[in-house]
Design a protein around this ligand. Structure first.
Ligand code: AMP
Ligand code: MG
Length: 491
């Protein structure tokens, strides 16, 4: 019996979908972290993974039985410009397993050496970005937001050269699939409709099996991807997440958050917030994410045109109709989420304005996004909670004016205080991966080989909605000198 029961459906696709090659071995692998719960959910033996054979697999030093390693081809619009060939330049798909719930999951190494798609890159990853992706993706999962997962992080014992020499690391990533909008674009721009169809059939079989027998499966696939993405971006906004590089190659058709590079969470609420050092024009600013998602989905629709209808005009009409559903779907998810964050159980037309006015007061008053909503759960119980709320706003009277309206709205649907507070706490996290915390755990690891702060942060982030009195300080916003203004790509 192989240790891992691989079943590699992507590797059975035509050869032009990927390059087959093993990962490049590393000098001195050392396991930093194994996600035991995720291993168990995947039906894998954590003991084997942490042992010598598992470590060989997780570092790229050995190819496990049944694995068919490959680097996938894809294209992508990066900051609006089309790059016809990107592909896995530093990642290797080891294969797929069927998890405990019967879902197919990719197991991929990131930072595992050069591939035919590496261009100028070294195929490697530095420790810092690996820890960031591990912590933030696991935090997103704990928040209940669709995301790729982190199975393991391994030090390579080698240095990677960035602006300085840094410890190298490999992340083992788990995903529903690694198929991106850019994967469809890759074949579309080559005029390879046969491959496009194979890819669409593969995605339907994998992510949308219910669509297989319908009258227009490719139209339904486009609509399904649009719907998932609208829901996903709404979820991001509701927790203050900024992806940072929403290029079409970083958008998964499975609807998972993927490719954590210069990502960040809002501290003070600001829809124009941009953290990524490479995003000079704010293309991927917090508040721009819905628009960019639709722009990316429009690129997906373009790529799919040959499959949508006979003749371009008919296909374009189909695509436009499908894309037209994005706005309402996003608005429903976003406004429904905001309503729950405000502690409202019923739906009123004026709720959107009530929420928008709070957000505007938060922006003007530089109120912390996460704490404002978390503390609102206490304020809902009565004015005793107002002191803690007011302290978050530069001008507390802006909150006072809003709170009066909010309480009148709450009074229209009375609930026992504890019931409403519990409901609000279930949607308003106390603990998010704050940028300054992430930077601090990376610094401890990189500069002092100390992984204890990383481990503690992961523990806190695993229960974002619980009160954790002993760890309450993890909910604090950054002090003036701790504030992170810029984040950098994983490259
Ligand atoms: P990203 O911005 O991380 O999504 O990467 C964009 C593209 O650059 C993808 O094709 C990556 O595989 C590739 N890439 C990023 N970093 C490296 C690296 N260090 N070596 C080789 N390719 C890379
Ligand atoms: Mg990427």
């Amino acid at each position: 019996m192989p240790a891992i029961p691989f079943d590699n459906s992507y590797a059975r696709l035509p050869d032009r979908f990927f390059a087959r090659l093993p990962p490049t071995s590393v000098a001195a692998p050392r396991l930093i972290r194994l996600n035991r719960d995720l291993a168990l959910a995947l039906g894998l033996d954590p003991g084997w993974l942490a042992g010598p054979e598992g470590l060989a697999m997780l570092s790229g030093n050995g190819v496990a039985e049944g694995s068919e390693p490959l680097a996938a081809a894809y294209a992508g619009h990066q900051f609006g410009g089309l790059v016809p060939q990107l592909g896995d330049g530093r990642a290797i798909l080891l294969g797929e397993v069927i998890d405990r719930d019967g879902r197919r999951r990719d197991i991929q190494l990131k930072g595992s050496g050069p591939t035919p798609f590496s261009r100028q890159g070294d195929g490697r990853a530095a420790l810092g970005p690996v820890l960031r992706e591990y912590a933030v993706s696991e935090a997103m999962a704990a928040l209940g937001i669709p995301t790729t997962r982190a199975l393991a992080a391994v030090l390579t014992g080698e240095r990677v050269l960035r602006e300085q020499a840094l410890p190298g690391a490999v992340l083992t990533r788990v995903a529903a699939s690694h198929i991106r909008v850019g994967t469809f674009q890759y074949f579309a721009i080559r005029g390879d409709t046969e491959a496009l169809r194979s890819l669409a059939d593969h995605v339907i079989a994998r992510h949308d099996p219910d669509l297989a027998g319908t009258e227009h499966p490719y139209r339904a696939l486009l609509s399904a991807v649009i719907g998932r993405q609208a829901d996903l971006v709404a979820r991001w906004l509701l927790v203050g997440f900024i992806h940072g590089v929403m290029n079409t190659d970083n958008m998964s058709v499975a609807g998972e958050t993927i490719d954590y590079g210069p990502c960040a969470f809002l501290d003070a609420y600001d829809p124009a917030a941009v953290f990524s050092a490479i995003d000079q024009h704010g293309r991927y600013a917090y508040g721009n994410q819905p628009r960019i998602a639709l722009w990316n989905l429009t690129r997906l629709a373009e790529a799919l045109l040959p499959l949508l209808a006979d003749g371009t005009d008919a296909a374009v009409a189909v695509a436009e109709e499908a894309l037209g559903a994005f706005g309402p779907r996003f608005a429903g998810a976003y406004h429904g989420g905001l309503r729950r964050k405000l502690g409202l159980f019923s739906e009123r037309e004026e709720d959107a304005e009530l929420a928008a006015d709070l957000l505007e007061a938060m922006r003007a008053g530089r109120a912390d996004f996460t704490l404002t909503f978390r503390r609102l759960a206490d304020a809902a119980a009565g004015p005793a909670g107002d002191a803690d709320m007011r302290a978050l706003f530069e001008d507390p009277t802006a909150y006072d004016a809003w709170a009066g309206r909010w309480r009148r709205r709450l009074d229209e649907e009375p609930r026992a205080g504890e019931e409403r507070r519990a409901a609000m706490r279930r949607v308003n996290p106390a603990f998010i991966p704050r940028n300054h915390r992430i930077e601090a755990v990376i610094a401890a690891a990189v500069e002092r080989d100390d992984f204890a702060p990383f481990a503690e942060l992961l523990e806190v982030l695993a229960n974002p909605y619980e009160e954790q009195p002993a760890r309450a300080h993890y909910a604090d916003p950054p002090g003036e000198h701790e504030r992170v203004h810029r984040t950098f790509c994983g490259t």
